[in-house]
Write a protein that binds this ligand. Structure first.
Ligand SMILES: [Zn+2]
Length: 238
């Protein structure tokens, strides 16, 4: 069987038979892959420590058509501390679920892969606000999928709007003018500025912005409306 070597991160697993696990892997070059990890639930297995959620590193896989089997892996990060705090664990699972939803097999996912690893690292190693980290991920994720919210023109009629227009319509996909604001919700000037700054500066921009302006609830509903389904783990976010 031919083997492939790829960078990857484990988005989830399900136990299989007595000692196996089916891993869902996100690879920057190969997209989303289901990978059988045989015998990994035995403590003595060399695959034991790398067949866990959030493990990131280099994976060697046997490929048989569209089926993959894990041969070996070298973990670069295990993001172990995420498991020690229920809020961080919930947020990390939510981000993984969002990646699983968006990624396809055999389609490169460099941007999603980068965004996920960056966010997991912030959650694991920094004292930054979880609300701000998840908000920055959600907005960058929406942009990566081609759903950047409109923040300068009315999302319905495209009329140029002044900053601080104060109305955001999730279904229309951004800020809206007074005439098109019947199904819109209020957004503070600070939240508007936060969204504009992260769109312009990228995911790390949240570090320079006030945590109170990170619009987590709005961005969650925005992203899940675009995906056309709720992501269950998101409902458990604080
Ligand atoms: Zn309008």
């Amino acid at each position: 069987m031919p083997s492939v070597t790829t960078q990857g991160v484990v988005l989830r697993y399900s136990n299989y038979r007595e000692n196996d696990r089916m891993l869902t892997l996100l690879s920057p070059s190969l997209g989303k892959l289901d990978v059988m990890s045989r015998g990994c639930r035995k403590l003595s297995s060399p695959l034991h420590s790398v067949s866990e959620m959030f493990i990131t590193g280099e994976f060697v896989l046997y490929q048989n058509k569209d089926k993959y089997q894990l041969v070996s892996a070298e973990a670069a990060q295990n993001f172990y501390d995420l498991r020690l705090d229920v809020d961080r664990l919930t947020a990390a699972v939510y981000l993984c679920d969002l990646c699983r939803e968006a990624a396809q097999t055999a389609q490169p996912q460099q941007t999603l892969y980068y965004l996920l690893l960056r966010s997991l690292a912030y959650m694991d190693y920094s004292a930054e606000s979880l609300t701000a980290i998840v908000s920055a991920f959600l907005l960058s994720y929406a942009s990566a999928l081609g759903y950047t919210p409109r923040m300068n023109h009315c999302a319905v009629c495209m009329k140029k709007l002044p900053e601080g227009s104060a109305r955001f319509d999730i279904s229309a996909g951004g800020v809206v003018c007074r005439e098109h604001s019947e199904s819109a919700e209020n957004i503070t000037a600070g939240e508007e500025e936060w969204i504009r700054a992260v769109i312009k500066g990228g995911i790390d921009e949240f570090l320079r912005l006030p945590v109170k302006d990170a619009p987590l609830g709005l961005l969650r509903r925005y992203v899940e409306t675009r995906l056309d389904r709720p992501i269950k783990s998101g409902a458990m976010l604080k």
